[in-house]
Write a new protein. Structure first.
Length: 340
């Protein structure tokens, strides 16, 4: 039996993206909520809850980029110039956010500046990620030949109202993840703030999920046929049904007492949205022109890369699991990274 290596690497890339969205999503969501916290001690607790693990979460962003360039160089060559602008803005936003982690607890009169840097960097990074997603779904103009496709659009071609809607949808979803993380990891006024923020964030997230879910099949006949033709609809209808059921569980469990359930539900909601996206876009590596098989590297390259992945991936998973285990439990304003 011959392994379909391009398909396996596409699944690996999807796995890395899913873990990044979930694991970096909740700390970006905390940044979105940061300036709305009741007080400075609550902001201390919010930052302490993610400070030991936030940089490890971004490992998946590096892994995704590495897999893309190694396994799908044709897709990389077309996608990167299409999204230069939002990706560069995102990277600078993440830099400002990372600096804020190091400087905020040492700042005196300028602490508020670093509060804004943390919140602004987190929000801008989330917005850019959503706009990249929207531009990707909308499609990338590709020309050249079948053996050497090239991006033929402009640097601002990613921008559209659909990309803007996707951007704000990701901000809302990350806010939901951040709010439910606060319910899980903090107590007192900070945990109560997470509960107050979670339900509005859930409603806005669901509104954007509904908007994008309706917009994409109306704009793209391929997606419309994928979801609503027979017999596909008979197999795919559980996705929106389970999404609605998950949203109901999140809503009911936000007040407590099982504080882990809202966060688990928010993670499940994101995974369901990503699963729906995968169903819509498969098998394209560059919508709507290049499939994962057309974009893949040679078999020898994929085999060599696969050996590295098999060696490194378990180490990354073990490290992240261990760090979350070590820093389990509730976090207070006077404990952890910035404790005095």
């Amino acid at each position: 039996m011959t392994l379909d290596l391009p398909l396996l690497f596409a699944l690996l890339l999807g796995f890395g993206i899913a873990l990044y969205v979930v694991m970096d999503g909740f700390d970006l969501g905390i940044g979105v909520l940061f300036l709305f916290a009741p007080g400075d001690k609550d902001r201390d607790a919010m930052m302490n809850s993610v400070a030991p693990i936030w940089d490890g979460n971004e490992t998946w962003l590096v892994l995704g980029g590495t897999v893309l360039i190694a396994a799908f160089p044709v897709a990389y060559a077309c996608l990167l110039p299409a999204f230069y602008v939002p990706l560069m803005v995102m990277l600078f936003a993440l830099i400002f956010r990372g600096i804020a982690f190091e400087f905020r607890f040492r700042a005196g009169r300028n602490r508020r500046l670093w509060d804004w840097a943390f919140a602004g960097g987190s929000t801008l990074a989330a917005l850019c990620q959503g706009m990249v997603l929207g531009g990707f779904i909308h499609g990338i103009p590709v020309g050249g030949t079948a053996s050497l496709p090239v991006f033929t659009g402009s640097a601002l071609g990613f921008f559209s109202w659909f990309a803007v809607a996707s951007g704000f949808g990701v901000v809302a979803g990350y806010t939901l993840l951040g709010a439910t993380w606060l319910i899980l990891k903090t107590a007192g006024s900070t945990g109560d703030f997470g509960r107050r923020a979670a339900r509005p964030a859930l409603l806005v997230t669901l509104a954007f999920i509904g908007l994008v879910s309706l917009w994409t099949p109306l704009a793209h006949a391929t997606i419309r046929e994928r979801w609503f033709s027979l017999p596909n609809i008979l197999f795919l209808w559980p996705v929106p049904f389970v999404t609605a059921l998950t949203a109901a569980v999140i809503w009911r469990t936000i007040p407590g007492p099982r504080e882990a359930l809202p966060f688990i539900g928010a993670v499940a909601l994101f995974l369901l949205a990503l699963a729906g996206l995968g169903v819509s876009l498969f098998p394209y590596a560059v919508p709507w022109s290049i499939t994962i098989w057309q974009a893949a590297s040679s078999t020898a390259t994929l085999e060599f890369t696969g050996v590295g992945v098999l060696l490194i991936l378990p180490v990354i998973l073990a490290y992240l699991a261990y760090s979350h285990w070590i820093f389990r439990g509730k976090v207070g304003a006077g404990s952890g990274y910035g404790g005095h």
